[in-house]
Design a protein around this ligand. Structure first.
Ligand SMILES: [Zn+2]
Ligand SMILES: [Zn+2]
Length: 452
């Protein structure tokens, strides 16, 4: 009945000889895939779900987006990684990251300490951003993963799985431990001439945490989790005609949280996913307008972010205000050309490229362009992937401000540019998340259907 659908492309993953299925086979009741047809979350193309060997990734035949992965690791494996990450997360937060010794004064900083000092200096939006991205978001992600994995392992459907998985999807992009650790590195280089630096326990913990969180994220697949939770899908028996290629064209809605296809409501009523109760839309409502609004605000703030100082240093030798660019020049002259390059890419190139890329995507979508959809889909994925790295300079300033508070000798504080810069990062991330990539493909399938 769904034989006309294109079959999903596949990509070879790492081959493991000991495909661990022990956790899966013991699941009993919870096991079993119920979906046969799925819609691509990026271009809405309907495709027949195929059985893949473990460790393989299924990609959309049209836009190349990753559709789902077949886990070759067991639940136990993922759970062990997540618990290890949680333990290291605790260590990273109770021990100091680094200590700065200047003559007899010794100043330790932990993550919470850095946030506290920013708060004390009235920089609450920056403090909030640092706290959210380095503490709250990773904490929420780990807690939710442990809750879900532990319940599944014990054979239960995780309590509140629907809201919890939605929170996970929202919070996930905001956890930026890997960017933070690079920020700490840059800060250390800038601190070398102030005094003696003593690396703390949390510095090593953060490095290990970055590694563990990357491994955890790659073995925790949302679709895999939903497939373990058995649910009767109301649409699986619906025949899909060959002429209508997309879910929307067939009147089907694909859930952006759990990937379930369900029949859409008519008459402008908001429909909720029967499996995870997320609100469903054929297209994100007012996606283009919202995306533009965030983008325009980001453009405006991009100017003060680069012109105003992000860091103010006062010492016995006088006061100095650093903009993003002068900070990079300082790194370059002090011999750390590699870090200067990293900060240049993260703080100057990435935000600028993001602004240009989003503008290009929005204009092309508004003009219903059919030009290079694949390239534009890739551009969108790159924007989503690299956007977080712009947070780097914010972290550098936070660490420096936390450590260099030695009264008249030297004091570093975050400047107004940090506020504007933090806002640019958040606004471009929001703009990218509001953008609906299915709009790239909408004019193309219209042409295809018109041809038939
Ligand atoms: Zn696709
Ligand atoms: Zn859903």
């Amino acid at each position: 009945m769904v034989n006309h659908q294109p079959t999903i492309g596949q990509e070879s993953g790492t081959q493991l000889t000991h495909a661990g299925a022990s956790g899966r086979s013991s699941m009993g009741e919870l096991t079993g895939t119920t979906m046969t047809v799925i819609a691509c979350h990026e271009c809405d193309l309907l495709q027949r779900k195929i059985t893949l060997p473990p460790g393989r990734v299924a990609r959309c035949v049209r836009c190349g987006a990753k559709l789902y992965r077949v886990e070759y690791r067991s639940l136990d494996h993922t759970l062990a990684l997540t618990v290890a990450a949680a333990i290291v997360f605790i260590l990273a937060n109770i021990f100091p990251i680094v200590s700065l010794q200047i003559q007899t004064t010794r100043n330790d900083t932990s993550l919470i300490n850095a946030v506290h000092i920013l708060l004390d200096h009235g920089m609450w939006p920056v403090a909030g951003l640092v706290f959210f991205t380095t503490f709250l978001a990773p904490f929420a992600v780990l807690a939710i993963m442990i809750h879900i994995l532990l319940s599944l392992k014990r054979g239960y459907i995780p309590a509140g799985i629907a809201p919890v998985m939605r929170v996970l999807q929202i919070v996930n992009p905001w956890g930026m431990v890997e960017v933070f650790i690079i920020g700490v590195m840059v800060a250390l280089v800038k601190l070398t001439h102030y005094g003696t630096l003593i690396p703390g326990m949390a510095l090593w913990s953060l490095g290990v945490l970055t590694l563990l969180m990357t491994l955890t994220a790659s073995s925790f697949d949302a679709h895999d989790i939903w497939n373990r939770v058995r649910f009767a899908t109301p649409t699986k028996r619906q025949p899909v005609r060959a002429a209508t290629l997309t879910a929307a064209g067939r009147g089907l809605l694909s859930c952006h949280v759990c990937g379930l296809l369900s029949s859409g409501g008519h008459g402008g009523r908001t429909v909720h996913c029967p499996r995870c109760s997320a609100p469903l839309h054929f297209r994100k409502p007012d996606s283009v307008a919202r995306s533009w609004a965030f983008l325009v605000a980001a453009y405006i703030l991009y100017i003060p972010a680069n012109v105003l100082p992000i860091m103010e240093t006062s010492s016995l030798f006088g006061a100095q205000a650093d903009t993003i660019l002068s900070g990079i020049i300082y790194l370059w002259h002090s011999g750390s050309w590699d870090l200067a390059l990293v900060v240049f890419i993260a703080s100057i190139m990435v935000p600028l490229l993001k602004l240009i890329a989003l503008t290009l995507l929005l204009i092309s979508v508004q003009r219903r362009s059919t030009w290079q959809p694949m390239q534009r889909a890739k551009l969108y994925r790159v924007v989503e992937l690299v956007g977080r790295w712009s947070m780097l300079d914010i972290y550098v300033v936070a660490i420096l401000a936390a450590l260099v508070q030695i009264g008249p000798l030297a004091t570093i504080n975050a400047g107004p540019g940090a506020l504007a810069f933090g806002a640019v990062v958040v606004l471009t991330m929001l703009s990218a998340s509001e953008f609906d990539p299915r709009l790239i493909w909408a004019p193309i399938q219209k042409e295809e259907i018109d041809h038939e």
